[in-house]
Design a protein around this ligand. Structure first.
Ligand SMILES: [Zn+2]
Length: 460
């Protein structure tokens, strides 16, 4: 039966969806999807949810009280939706605390002392009350660092200042090409005896917001403190370093590592009418960095996932498979939520998992991984979305949280949204509710709901 329907859909595409094909599977589905978009666009509910999450709860650093407030809030929202099941999964997470507002300045023999807007990088060691001070060594790569060697670096502060490449059409190219400085900079600089690192923010925007994000240490190398500096700050620091090669830099951070605390994923589901034991997952991550409100990253993904459930309920669409929304915890630091979920559900069958974690921007389509059969079917679904200018259906990543389901047999799917403005906000104080547009975000929720509808009906 499933195969017959699938063939019917394929035939409809050959003659065009919404054309003069008459009453058939394809046009009926087009109508359902049209209704999903209409309902999403007239509703303000998920946008109000985002406002609450951003303004009343705010940044939700894993392990923080605020993250647990967000857990309680999602649990409450789902509890009020008349779903078949709402529950939490519990596991320990890291508890890194940022401490006091970071402080930094450079002192030049030419232009004097200048303060900089900086932030500790995620899970960095603090400097302690005294701070660290040293001559600045500016580099653009780990190779350059290696060439300078211990004789030039020992006791100094290494300033990683390789700018993100602007030429990529996707801004992830620029980010991906520069973020190694943030993630591994402290390890590489400490190898040669540096006492601290300052890292240019991994973003294509030029502004005064320092961006944080995860960094790593290596057990065999001293753990030196690391801070991020805004792109404008980095340009200014570089200029000062050019005018005075003996430029000194000082920074103070009081961040600290504390014993693990308990945190949670929050899950809500609509039980399937025909195959309740088979799951279609939609999700995002509930934790965020603490400098902003976690609006695009990833409050949008959370409220969109809740919205998918609401759209199904509101339109009276009863899914054949269980439709499950997951608010994952700890994506930004150790991905404990994604790991725990995959382990806890290893005996369940997932047909597909869809994650929204690219911000609440206008959707372009989906990227996915899976078997050849799964990806071919997903490509066929593209035709339903082209009327909404959503037509990127290509192989690619699904999302960090759902990546742990890679051996589950599920197709892993990521909502692909316009990336041009994402890194203007990402991991910075500029990731606030006001930067999310209601209609753009709702278009994303509708796209996910539409895809869930098709996967539920035709399977993969
Ligand atoms: Zn994210």
């Amino acid at each position: 039966m499933k195969y017959v329907l699938f063939i019917a859909v394929t035939i409809v595409f050959l003659f065009g969806v919404g054309g003069k094909a008459g009453a058939n599977v394809g046009s009926e589905d087009s109508l359902v999807i049209r209704n999903i978009f209409s309902e999403a666009l007239v509703s303000f509910e998920s946008y109000e949810n985002l406002r609450y999450l951003c303004k009343n709860i705010g940044g939700r650093l894993t392990g923080s009280e605020s993250a647990e407030n967000a857990v309680d809030w999602v649990f409450k929202i789902l509890g009020e939706m008349n779903l078949n099941r709402v529950y939490k999964q519990e596991f320990p997470v890291r508890n890194w605390i940022r401490g006091d507002k970071e402080y930094a300045y450079a002192e030049s023999r030419i232009s004097g002392k200048k303060e900089f807007n900086v932030c500790a990088l995620g899970v960095s060691e603090g400097t302690g009350d005294k701070g660290v001070m040293g001559r600045i060594i500016e580099v653009k790569s780990f190779d350059e660092l290696k060439k300078l060697g211990r004789e030039n670096i020992e006791g100094k502060i290494v300033f990683f200042n390789r700018a993100a490449d602007q030429t990529g059409i996707s801004t992830y190219n620029g980010y991906g090409g520069s973020v190694d400085q943030r993630v591994r900079g402290a390890i590489e600089a400490a190898r040669y005896g540096a006492v601290g690192v300052v890292v240019r923010s991994a973003t294509v925007s030029l502004d005064n917001f320092p961006h944080t994000g995860i960094m790593r240490y290596n057990d065999s190398i001293p753990r030196i403190p690391a801070i991020g500096i805004s792109t404008m700050g980095a340009d200014e620091l570089s200029r000062m370093r050019t005018e005075d090669e003996e430029l000194t830099f000082y920074f103070r951070t009081t961040c600290s590592q504390n014993p693990d605390v308990i945190s949670h994923n929050v899950i809500g589901e609509i039980r399937g009418t025909e195959k309740p034991e088979e799951v279609i997952l939609v999700g995002g991550h509930l934790d965020s960095w603490d400098l902003g409100e976690g609006a695009h990253d990833d409050g949008a993904g959370i409220v969109q996932s809740i919205e998918v459930l609401r759209l199904f309920q509101k339109l009276g669409i009863r899914p054949r498979h269980t439709l499950r929304m997951v608010a994952f915890m700890d994506e930004e630091i150790d991905q404990k939520g994604g790991r725990y979920y995959a382990e806890a559900t290893k005996n369940e069958k997932h047909i597909a998992a869809i994650e929204s974690d690219g911000g609440g921007f206008i959707p372009h389509g989906f990227s996915f991984s899976g078997t050849r059969e799964q990806t071919e079917k997903l490509r066929i679904f593209k035709e339903f979305f082209t009327p909404y200018l959503i037509h990127y259906f290509e192989k690619g990543g699904g999302g960090v949280d759902i990546s742990f389901l890679r051996n589950s047999g599920a197709a892993l799917i990521g909502l692909v949204v316009d990336s041009q403005r994402y890194f203007d906000h990402h991991h910075s104080a500029n990731d606030v509710f006001e930067s999310v547009n209601r209609r753009e975000m709702q278009m994303g929720a509708a796209a996910i709901a539409g895809l869930v509808y098709l996967i539920d009906k035709y399977e993969l």
